[in-house]
Design a protein around this ligand. Structure first.
Ligand code: DI6
Ligand code: FE
Length: 397
């Protein structure tokens, strides 16, 4: 394969802060970046393939580091119930909520799961996403958790996007079950080891919450993950503070996600462990939460902040990474730089992909988003407008 040169690029490499440099060239070979800098610093070859970026803003391909895009059905009926006054927790306790998505997902074939997720994935890709995390957690039994994870892998192959899977068996008690510890036994002894052996699990996630699982139950799942050599991450402190962030940090978690109710001890533990804080403004907005995550504390302790769609049928039916940035800025008061880093470098960190993704630098995968925009701020400030010009994934458009 000849080398490709993306010339005349106004790049925001996101390697340090948000600085933009004009007139840059990015060289790509075999899917990787081999040079970044002014064009005259590069010795050109006769067979270089030159792509003119026309002075456009070029950022790393965006990373959506927390999604549940593989699921069947939707929960628009519950949305109506919530509009009429029911709470998310009331709906969950009366057999709706996650359980209703579990029933629909179990009834779908792997092919149907791929087909229903594709339009959601395509919406994200159309906004420059080149890497996406996809969780299981609506199967809650071996066969359907497997189908979800296999569907996630299939989506990656079908669209040439980097997919990282997270096994979220500890998402909720399966419909009809009553014994949380017995279900966690099954997750630990059957589901997780089997699916990991099948190569379907890149990381292990859990939902630590009153309506889901206790820190003790999550710790049992994390112990198995650790034995299997798999990194962990956790839905922590979304609706209440159970000490999930500190628990995740104890296991060296890649990320702790949501964090509306995290306290200083949790933040301190995350900082010490290098755990990324993944903020999910879509869920906060959709549930009309009033307690925002403690961004000032995260900054004070230097915890890296990522942001993601949390695309899921119950609490964040959001398929726009651009709108996610706007929401993080507007609702959580993140700066433009924090928003951009949150969907690039720090999102890569939340997936354990810092070595290959999240910035425009030599040695990284050549994942780029080329924008009809002049400044990074334009990507954050608009609502519902997509200025993507083109998207390059591993060197390919
Ligand atoms: N937290 C969430 O916001 C989603 N899962 C989770 O652990 C909600 C999932 C759903 O309601 O379907
Ligand atoms: Fe989630």
């Amino acid at each position: 394969m000849p080398r490709q040169l993306f010339v005349n690029a106004r790049i925001a490499p996101m390697a340090g802060g948000i600085a933009v440099a004009d007139g840059q060239v990015i060289a790509e070979e075999n899917g990787f970046i081999t040079h970044v800098g002014p064009r005259d610093a590069l010795v050109e070859r006769r067979d270089d393939v030159v792509v003119d970026c026309g002075g456009r803003l070029v950022t790393p391909g965006l990373i959506d580091c927390h999604t549940h895009i593989v699921h069947a059905g939707n929960r628009s009926r519950e949305f109506e119930l919530r509009l009429a006054g029911a709470s998310y927790e009331e709906i969950a306790r009366s057999g709706g909520g996650i359980a209703s998505s579990v029933r629909a997902t179990r009834a779908a074939s792997e092919t149907e799961l791929v087909a229903s997720a594709l339009p959601r994935l395509d919406h994200l890709l159309a906004e420059g996403v080149t890497t996406i995390e996809i969780k299981s957690g609506y199967g809650l039994e071996l066969a359907s958790e497997r189908a979800m994870l296999r569907a996630a892998r299939q989506l990656g192959r079908e669209r040439g996007v980097t997919v990282r899977t997270s096994f979220l068996g500890a998402h909720a008690l399966p419909p009809g079950a009553t014994d949380k510890d017995a279900y966690i036994d099954e997750v630990c002894s059957q589901m997780l080891p089997t699916l990991a052996a099948e190569g379907l699990v890149d990381a292990v996630d859990g939902f630590c919450e009153g309506i889901a699982f206790s820190p003790q139950q999550i710790a049992r799942v994390f112990d198995v993950a650790q034995r299997l050599g798999l990194p962990v991450k956790l839905h922590a402190e979304q609706l209440s503070n159970l000490g999930g962030a500190a628990l995740a940090a104890r296991y060296g978690a890649l990320s702790a996600d949501h964090l509306e109710h995290v306290d200083e001890a949790g933040v301190r533990a995350m900082a010490a462990a290098g755990t990324v804080a993944v903020l999910l403004p879509g869920a906060y907005y959709f549930l009309r939460e009033t307690v925002a995550p403690p961004v000032a504390l995260l900054r004070r302790y230097g915890v890296p902040i990522a942001i993601a769609t949390d695309c899921n049928p119950g609490t964040s039916p959001l398929t726009s990474i651009l709108l996610t940035m706007n929401m993080a800025a507007t609702l959580f008061r993140l700066t433009v730089e924090e928003c951009l880093l949150g969907v690039t470098r720090h999102a890569a960190g939340a997936l354990g992909l810092s070595a290959t993704s999240g910035s425009i630098a030599v040695g990284k995968s050549c994942d780029l988003a080329i924008w009809d925009a002049e400044t990074p701020a334009e990507l954050v400030y608009r609502m519902g407008f997509n200025p993507l010009h083109s998207r390059i994934s591993k060197g390919r458009s």
